[in-house]
Every structure is written in C-alpha cells, then in structure tokens.
Design a protein around this ligand. Structure first.
Ligand code: HEC
Ligand code: HEC
Length: 307
C-alpha cells in the first residue's frame, strides 16, 4: 500500500503493488455481466417457486421432504408419461402381432424389425443361458444361428419346439454292440463328419443296427422329407453336416454317445439334452405366453438364415 496515492484522479482503491505500477481499480462490472447476473438470480427465484427445490429435512413424517413447486412437476411423473407414450406405440404393434401368424409378420418389414428387437430381449432373458447370446451355442447346447436343425427349422417346427420342448432319445448301445462294432461305428461317424463317404461295411452295420431308423437313410438326421420343406425327424443328430452336436466331437466323443446314448434314464454317463417346453413351465420358472413364443419363433427362424 502506498502512503500517498500517486494516481489521485483515478478511481483506484488505494491498493498498489510492484512499485505502484500494478493497482486495483474500482470500475463497475460491464453491463452485460450485470444483466446476466440479475437474470440468473431471477431465474433462480422463479425456478424455486415453480419446481421442487428446497430440501426440508426437518419436516415430520415419511413423505417428500422438499418444497414441491407450484407447477406440481415431478421427474417420476414425467418418466411415467414417457413410458405411457412408449406403451401406446408398443401396444399398437403388439396388438397387430397378436392377430398375425409368424409367416404374416415376416411379410411386413416394419413389424419384422419390431418383432426381432423385442424377441432379442426375450431371448437374452430366457434362452441365452443355454443357447449362448444370439443363439451361437454353448457346449452341450445346439447352435441356433445356423440352418442345421435337429427338429426342423420351419416356423411351425420351431414354434412346436419352444412351446412343448424337445427331448432327444438315443438308446445306450453298450450292451447291444460288440466293442468292434462300436469302434467301427464311431470311426464311421468321424468319417462322415469329415465329409468322407464311409465304407460299405460300416453302412451295412449302420443299417442293420437300427441307426438309420433315427439318423435316417443318408445319416443326415432326417427320416423322411415331405413336400413344402417339412421333415420327419426324431431329433437325431445330422451325422454328415460336419457339426458335432456333442463337444468336443471326434472319435471318443462319438463312441461315448454310441455307448451311453442320449437322455437315457438310469445310464449314468448318458448325454443330457433336454429343451424345456416354455408353454408348460410354471409361472416362476419362465413360462412364456403364446405371443412371446410367436415372436421368439420368428427370431430363431431368422437367426437360422430363415431356413
Ligand atoms: C435349459 C437349457 C435350455 C434353455 C433355457 C433353452 N433351451 Fe432350447 N434347447 C436346449 C437343448 C438341450 C436343446 C437340444 C435338444 C435336443 O438335443 O434334442 C434345445 C433345442 C432347441 C431348439 C431346436 C434346435 C434344433 O436344432 O432343432 C430350438 C429352436 C430352441 N432350443 C430354442 C430355444 C429358445 C427360443 C429358448 C428360449 C425361450 C430356449 N431354446 C431355451 C436347451 C435349452
Ligand atoms: C432312437 C433313435 C436313435 C438311434 C436308434 C440312434 N441314435 Fe444316435 N442320436 C439320436 C439322437 C436323438 C441323438 C442326439 C441328438 C441331440 O439330442 O442333439 C443322437 C446322437 C448321435 C451321435 C452324436 C453326434 C454328434 O454330432 O455329436 C452319434 C455319433 C450317433 N448318434 C450315432 C449313432 C449310431 C452309430 C447309432 C446306431 C448304433 C445311433 N446313433 C442310433 C438318436 C438315435
């Protein structure tokens, strides 16, 4: 602070530094700044009158402990209104879908898109635990994102699968075949899986031991093909598609399946392969409505490339 003000004519505050060359002036702030200041004060006052704002923790009771604002606005109400709007849009789609068959849904690109988006969420909640996200499969569970089907990939078959569930059945052959025969058939399964034709001897064994009764005459898992893309199957694996249903696949894996079968009660090492029926499940276990099953049918069908 300087003793004598060296700049008496100036509106300084009398605070000087740096050999009096640096000094504090007492200029009023610029007008725009003052306007902005008072505008924000006004905004603040108005806001606290209109909207919920001041906390009032000293209030008695369990209710809201803050000023409510004279507009009566609450974020929860706004959220609810938003949800009502979404629901209104959704219910329009949902009502349409309820009256349509999966085939009809697929003919409407907009509805198909809506269906696939809703079904994706359902699939994540109810199916992905076993089938993997997007149906990519998990060890022990079939891949749904391909056009290789155990039970048939038409809309009707997929709907049937999800509604009623599926339980493949293959006899345990440990007591029905000699070691030599099991070896021949396991090697045969590996050959077929690699795209080889398999020897006549192995085919003869395959036919005479009843394998063809379930896996079909060409071993593609289909007993008979019907017009219109429908097939008759008992859910037996396709042995010539280069896909191993049971991991890790290969000789030992095939031998294991042949020896102990699939879903055989009382056979300890049997393969377990049960698809739950989602219309039959209890409410708490994840029962699905026919409409939910319908949109999942469309979704799974499209995952498989629509085949
Ligand atoms: C507890 C595990 C589990 C859950 C959950 C599950 N699945 Fe499955 N799913 C299976 C098994 C195991 C199979 C194979 C059955 C067989 O081997 O015969 C299967 C088979 C299928 C098939 C037949 C595949 C084919 O190749 O023919 C479809 C379609 C299917 N599941 C769809 C679904 C959908 C959609 C959901 C959800 C609503 C779902 N699954 C939930 C275990 C499950
Ligand atoms: C009663 C019907 C039935 C008979 C008979 C049958 N299978 Fe199967 N087989 C199935 C079913 C069902 C599956 C499992 C499909 C599923 O659940 O995914 C299967 C699976 C397999 C697998 C596993 C394929 C893989 O990709 O992992 C092999 C290998 C196999 N069978 C070979 C045979 C041979 C060899 C015979 C004859 C000795 C035979 N099966 C007889 C129904 C049958």
């Amino acid at each position: 602070m300087a003793e004598n003000n060296p700049y008496p004519g100036e509106n300084n505050t009398g605070h000087f530094w740096d050999d009096d060359s640096l000094r504090e002036l007492d200029n009023p702030p610029p007008k725009w700044w003052m306007i902005a200041l008072w505008a924000s004060v006004a905004w603040f006052v108005l806001y606290t009158i209109l909207y919920p704002s001041w906390p009032m923790p000293w209030l008695e009771g369990d209710g809201d402990k803050f000023t409510k604002g004279i507009l009566g606005w609450t974020s929860i109400e706004e959220y609810k209104e938003g949800m009502e709007e979404v629901k209104a849009v959704r219910s329009k789609f949902d009502e349409q879908i309820a009256d349509m068959s999966p085939e009809q849904i697929l003919q409407d690109p907009g509805l198909t898109q809506y269906t696939l988006a809703s079904a994706k969420v359902l699939f994540g909640d109810y199916c992905a635990a076993c089938h993997g996200s997007g149906g990519k499969g998990n060890p022990g569970y079939p891949v749904l994102a391909d056009d290789d089907w155990l039970w048939g990939g038409t809309l009707a078959k997929i709907n049937e699968t999800i509604t009623n569930g599926r339980k493949g059945n293959m006899v345990a052959h440990a007591n029905l075949l000699t070691e030599q025969e099991v070896d021949t058939l396991a090697k045969f399964a590996v050959e077929l899986n690699q795209g080889d034709k398999g020897s006549d001897e192995a085919w003869a064994l395959y036919n005479s031991k009843g394998c063809s009764g379930c896996h079909g005459p060409t071993a593609n898992g289909v007993i008979a093909e019907l017009p219109g893309g429908n097939v008759i199957t008992v859910g037996a694996a396709n042995l010539i598609d280069r896909i191993w249903r049971f991991k890790p696949g290969g000789y030992e894996s095939a031998k294991h399946t042949i020896l102990y079968g699939v879903n055989q009660d009382g056979v300890e090492q049997t393969r377990n392969a049960i698809m739950p029926g989602f219309a039959q499940l209890g409410q708490l276990d994840g029962k699905l409505t026919p409409d939910q099953i319908k949109i999942l049918t469309v979704y799974v069908h499209e995952l498989g490339g629509g085949k």
